[in-house]
Design a protein around this ligand. Structure first.
Ligand code: CTP
Ligand code: MG
Length: 161
């Protein structure tokens, strides 16, 4: 791989670090009261499910925003973090509507929901280079699976995906 591409990938990861942190922390520190407070949607299924919690959301947004602040852009860090967890919640909403139980694997939706959410929200505050978007969509599913497998082996997660 040419060095310039590797550098570009590293820059894209650095840019997206608040979203990665926001998406990872809830799995470690989340739990407790669900964000939907147990509410049932009109289809008789949970609105979001027990996998989207108040604590996880707050810890994720706070942690990701902190990373953004350390990078020198709190607002962008907040947008990336909030967008990541909003995207994750939207995907849980869609999974429940499709009849999938909490935690059921839906390939690509599970790995990319937060990327879409974070990029959409961040794009309101800054212009995101086109190649960053491509790089993030390509590398994130691999990174996601690697991190989840690690969490499974460290007994932080119940399933390796
Ligand atoms: N989590 C949380 N709060 C969030 C997001 C995640 O507490 N806003 C925690 C939950 O413990 C969740 C875990 O992180 O189980 C993994 O997140 P995710 O894979 O998105 O949730 P799932 O349990 O797979 O549920 P879903 O089917 O809704 O995706
Ligand atoms: Mg999941």
């Amino acid at each position: 791989m040419p060095l310039s591409l590797l550098e570009r990938i590293a820059q894209a990861i650095y840019f997206f670090l608040p979203a990665y942190v926001a998406n990872t922390l809830p799995g470690i520190f989340g739990g407790g009261t669900p964000l939907d407070f147990g509410k049932i949607f009109v289809d008789g299924r949970r609105l979001l499910g027990d996998g989207v919690t108040i604590r996880g959301t707050l810890v994720g947004v706070a942690g990701g925003s902190l990373v953004g602040a350390l990078q020198g852009d709190l607002l962008l860090g907040f947008a990336l973090s909030f967008g990541a967890l909003a995207g994750d919640a939207v995907s849980s909403f869609l999974k429940r509507r499709m009849g999938f139980e909490r935690g059921a694997p839906v390939p690509l939706l599970d790995q990319l929901n937060f990327v879409v959410g974070a990029l959409v929200l961040a794009s309101l505050f800054t212009e995101i280079p086109r190649d960053y978007v491509i790089i993030l969509f390509v590398i994130t599913p691999f990174g996601h699976l690697t991190v989840n497998r690690l969490g499974y082996h460290l007994k932080i997660k119940d399933v390796p995906w």
